[in-house]
Write a protein that binds this ligand. Sequence first.
Ligand SMILES: Cc1ncc(COP(=O)(O)O)c(C=O)c1O
Length: 402
Amino acid sequence: MSNQQLIDVAQRTFLANYRPAPMVLEKGEGCRLEDVEGNRWLDLCAGIAVVCVGHGHPKLAAAIAEQAGRLMHVSNLFYNRRAIELAEQLAARTAFDRFYFCNSGAEANEALLKLARRAHFERGDTQRTGMVAALSSFHGRTMGALSMTGQPKYHEGMGPMVGDVQHVPYGDLAALEQAVDGRTAGVLLEPVQGEGGVVVGSTEYLQGARKLCDDRGALLLFDEVQTGFGRTGSFLAHEHSGVLPDACALAKGIGSGFPLGAVAVREALTDALPPGTHATTYGGNPLACAAALAVLEIFDAEGLVDNSQRVGQYLGDKLGALAQRNDAVVEARGLGLLRGLKLAADVDPGAVLAAVRDQGVLLSLAGGDVLRFTPPLCVTTAELDEGLEAVERVLQNAPRKG
Ligand SMILES: Cc1ncc(COP(=O)(O)O)c(C=O)c1O
């Protein structure tokens, strides 16, 4: 069947909540994707910052196949070896001590919200239920995560939101100081706002948030769903600022495409969610954990965090230069392999994205007007050059609005 024939079926059978690009992807290798008609693309999107080891990685595929034949699911009524190994590996690689596994980023943030409230409750403080999050943030689409997401357009028609959540401008320490008080359970921030438009939180801001939470008895929570697993050139993005949150949400890169999420907490929060207070059927299943263990092995074997740092710097320099010489771009920003070009106000972002795709390169948009680069962490400088040439060809004659 052709792309169009399959898309016709999708349009008759899918809910209308997505607006996918007009091709049906069939297979991939490294940074390359192919559709059902054999058309090929350079993938600098990677499933929106997910496919960190690249498509079709033989070690990851073999680990999943091997585990699928051995044991896929046992529930949380029993231990399984892969979940234990994964928690141990993550404890060794991060500053966190304890892990809860779930299935997605939104679920990880739901768990963070519950954990923050329950942690205070467990200490006898039943008044601390307030959450403070940032405007332009994105934390997922389930009701708790959505309520903390600071983008009103996603709330529209979905209310009422989960109560007691305040939003403050990202990067504004004074606004945070005003919002956090003796009733605040937790402050949730992305170290780099991804969906919000690739906005890097300054070290000063994140340090200020840490101090404020310490002074006022609130938990500092980071959403590292998009920034984690090497994306910004360090294993977790909080390492750049040296600011250690009390807990963080992980997903996306952790399974490199296999659905998995996690909450990572410091030892002091071990008992924040006593038995029975939170759970999910599939969380920590051996199949997902085997995938994540294989991802970590590939990280080591191929030096993917170092590559993200090195090649990410190359991409950052190239985007900076492109921004200087092209009036369709206002600014280049980002960290590691999470980068963005903020387009000028009169440029049509959707048309730019489509035109770049027509040149054979896949990117995504963030914050409405930022052309976002989140390639697999194995991307080479040659592949980036190829993608950048296509982007520059489009931006030299950038489609304008209206
Ligand atoms: C920072 C952040 N948090 C949470 C999510 C939601 O993750 P999921 O789509 O896996 O629920 C995303 C997804 O883009 C994200 O970027």
